[in-house]
Design a protein. Structure first.
Length: 117
């Protein structure tokens, strides 16, 4: 199962369609405060963050996820507009496993889910 921390309905729809196409199991979370508890309970194979969604506090949530012994080994990925270099740097500093430009993520989401979901 892949946990997607996304609040953009368009991207959630794209991710959902890609998951159905490749037979991946996904879940969505829109509440940043619930992410760590869900990771502990559900043990996702990957957590995907929309780094452009301020309400999700992705960088803070990533840092907390990586600081918790029970969740630190969970693979993570984020996607962000390529023009937001500061968010990319902050996500990397917080411990994100991989960061993709939003357009690259949209193109590769099926492949990503097929190998992890």
């Amino acid at each position: 199962m892949v946990l997607c921390v996304v609040d953009d309905l368009l991207f959630a729809s794209k991710i959902g369609a890609a998951a159905r196409a490749v037979g991946a199991t996904i879940a969505f979370e829109k509440d940043a405060a619930r992410v760590i508890d869900r990771v502990k309970a559900e043990h996702p194979s990957l957590v995907i963050f929309d780094l452009d969604a301020p309400r999700l506090r992705a960088v803070e949530t990533l840092a907390a996820l990586m600081a918790d012994e029970a969740t630190a080994a969970t693979p993570t990925m984020g996607y962000v507009s390529h023009v937001h270099a500061e968010r990319i740097a902050a996500a990397r500093a917080a411990g994100v496993g991989e960061v993709l430009a939003r357009s690259a993520f949209a193109t590769q989401v099926g492949e990503i889910l097929s190998r992890t979901g």
